[in-house]
Design a protein around this ligand. Structure first.
Ligand SMILES: Cc1cc2nc3c(=O)[nH]c(=O)nc-3n(C[C@H](O)[C@H](O)[C@H](O)COP(=O)(O)OP(=O)(O)OC[C@H]3O[C@@H](n4cnc5c(N)ncnc54)[C@H](O)[C@@H]3O)c2cc1C
Length: 322
């Protein structure tokens, strides 16, 4: 009982969650239902905001991404131990007693025992005129999210990283008409060129501009040699970077190369290896999907609650029997 009281008084919250997309909101739901005292901060710019519809989402296929998050926040309201603050977290420091102090943009400060980062990623889109404006409506990153809607149309893959060698094969499930345009950051060897050509993939030089058409679709793709490919669904393999630098400032490490480049290293539960710090959703996982991010948040929430219970810490509102 004495220990429990000490924990209650040591910090304002048992868990602070930074990021209120599918991963952070799911973690908050799990922890709220487990009667944990939680604060969730969200700056309100989820990665898929430019897209009008989130696909491949169990029971919500095609829903607006912002609406999904709004419902997620609304469904936290019955859980009085969860507070949602629509604020950016500017910095976090580890205190001497190994708890954390978070400072938000309004200069407010809160303390917490455990931290979950669900801060997402930024796509480093290629600097091609017209492309950014069509991101999420005519230019895509993932066929599982958008492939069905553009099936059997001509596809153009802007190959920007080694990941393109894999994606070009995956795209063949949605279209037989694929042109791969190699840009800076993507090298293609003779053998790979030959095998892709045998599969019917056309290989062309880099894209110079993308021209928008009706409803945010791509009306034309102009190559550096002047060739015009006409209307197409455009896919990119743009590199990603962390939206927040705070996890790394606190000691989390990032994968350097390969499929996970730019993502924070975690174990299968979302634990970063740095005491008290968990990283979930796109920021740490290799399969960037709404439903996968939600799963990771749920799992980390349950694992944190489990650890606290095993350490003898009942939720702050629950009194141990005398
Ligand atoms: C164009 C596009 C379309 C996509 N379409 C689909 C689709 O159809 N289906 C699908 O399943 N997936 C889709 N995705 C992938 C999907 O967006 C991600 O998998 C999902 O958003 C990951 O959720 P998350 O909670 O990890 O991160 P996010 O949804 O990116 O949420 C992170 C949140 O953290 C906040 N944040 C960051 N730093 C701070 C801070 N310091 N303080 C406070 N808040 C902070 C951000 O503002 C943001 O609100 C798409 C991605 C893109 C780029």
């Amino acid at each position: 009982m004495a220990d429990q009281t000490a924990n209650e008084n040591r910090t304002d919250f048992e868990v602070a969650i930074v990021g209120g997309g599918p991963a952070g909101l799911s973690a908050a739901l799990t922890l709220g239902r487990a009667r944990r005292n939680v604060v969730l901060f969200d700056a309100g710019s989820p990665r898929n905001a430019p897209s009008p519809a989130a696909h491949n989402v169990f029971t919500r296929d095609g829903a607006s991404p912002l609406e999904l998050n709004r419902i997620g926040r609304e469904q936290l309201s019955p859980y009085s131990s969860v507070q949602v603050r629509e604020l950016n977290v500017a910095d976090v420091v580890r205190r001497k007693d190994d708890t954390f102090e978070l400072r938000s943009d309004d200069d407010g400060r809160v303390t917490a025992q455990q931290l979950i980062f669900a801060t997402g990623l930024v796509d480093e889109l290629p600097q091609i005129p017209g492309l950014r404006e069509l991101w999420g409506t005519g230019v895509f990153h993932c066929p599982y999210c958008h492939g069905w809607e553009v099936r059997d149309q001509p596809f153009v893959l802007i190959a920007q990283s080694p990941r393109a060698s894999h994606l070009v094969h995956v795209l063949r499930g949605w279209s037989e008409n694929i042109t791969l345009c190699a840009s800076e950051g993507f090298e293609i060897g003779d053998e790979e060129r030959q095998s892709l050509t045998q599969l019917g993939v056309r290989i062309r030089p880099a894209v110079e501009a993308v021209v928008g058409g009706a409803e945010g679709r791509v009306a034309d793709v102009v190559l550096v040699d002047g060739e015009r490919l006409g209307p197409a669904a455009v896919f990119t393999t743009a590199p990603v970077r962390q939206r927040s630098s705070i996890p790394q400032q606190l000691g989390c490490t990032v994968h350097g190369e390969g499929m996970f480049a730019g993502l924070i290293k975690v174990d299968e539960r979302g634990f970063s290896g740095v005491p008290g710090i968990w990283v979930v959703g796109d920021a740490s996982q290799g399969f960037p999907q709404v439903i996968a991010a939600a799963y990771e948040g749920t799992l980390a929430g349950a694992m944190i609650n489990n650890e606290l219970l095993m350490a003898g810490q009942l939720p702050s509102g629950v009194r141990a029997p005398h």
